[in-house]
Design a protein around this ligand. Sequence first.
Ligand SMILES: NC(=O)c1ccc[n+]([C@@H]2O[C@H](COP(=O)([O-])OP(=O)(O)OC[C@H]3O[C@@H](n4cnc5c(N)ncnc54)[C@H](OP(=O)(O)O)[C@@H]3O)[C@@H](O)[C@H]2O)c1
Length: 276
Amino acid sequence: MIRACVIGWPIEHSRSPLIHGHWLKVYGIAGSYAKVAVRPEETAAFLRSMREQGFAGCNVTLPHKETAFAVADDKSPAACAMGAANTLWFAGGRLMADNTDSIAFIEHLRASVPRLSLRNNLVALLGAGGAARALVYAFLEAGAAEVRVFNRTRERAEAVARHFGAAVKVHDWDRRVDGSREVTLLVNATSLGMKGAGKLDMDVSRLDERCVVADIVYVPLVTPLLATAAARGLVTVDGLGMFLHQAVPGFEKWFGVRPEVTDELRALVVADIEGR
Ligand SMILES: NC(=O)c1ccc[n+]([C@@H]2O[C@H](COP(=O)([O-])OP(=O)(O)OC[C@H]3O[C@@H](n4cnc5c(N)ncnc54)[C@H](OP(=O)(O)O)[C@@H]3O)[C@@H](O)[C@H]2O)c1
């Protein structure tokens, strides 16, 4: 039986087992996917002995993504660009690392708004944390001309700009409304809007009427940002699709089947989010 897992600290909240458990059932694979709580000081040792413990690989969530990147023998270009990994597997005895958040965001965006192309276009990004870095990488890979980063802590946005180069422009957090007027896509990658976190104060009335508004927060599924954007008639993209798509590459590496993100899977996770 093939075994995989997700590691984090804490890990109880993780919905990854729901996704992989669903796919194991749908594809009739005799495998398992578990949650494993790993203390930060034990992460490197856990990963180095993962194979001996019988795991084909794992997903990695907070706060272990940087350690996972550092410990891996071979790293994908996306993982290198972010300095963090969320998906690990073995190839020829070597520990391989990828970061699937950026491709997941793009795949969900393409599936949700097929008409949208980022090539030579402007993107506004709220936030400059770990997830924001994955998105900057995704936008630049998709050919965006400019990514405007608005972050409460300006130095953090400046660090992102230094890392990714001249196409990333840093703006003050207070300029997020005026500085987003003509963008093609606006994405919230702060934790604001998430259940239990603060409110995101973002006036969408001045965005271009063709601007697509996305949120990577997915609890609640329809964040206040998405609700106000939709009420204005703008096309919106929720954060859940990114979460579902980031799981695809790992499942394929461990279990040998490329799984599909279906309405059935989405409904399963939505029911869990809504406590049904
Ligand atoms: N859909 C998905 O698959 C997916 C994947 C990854 C993450 N996420 C979600 O994305 C969010 C960010 O994750 P992360 O890992 O990037 O977290 P992070 O590294 O901790 O970054 C948090 C970001 O939120 C900003 N922020 C927090 N409180 C704020 C406030 N009161 N006012 C203004 N800005 C504030 C921070 O600004 P400062 O720099 O000023 O602190 C920073 O930019 C989380 O809600 C996470 O659940 C979703």
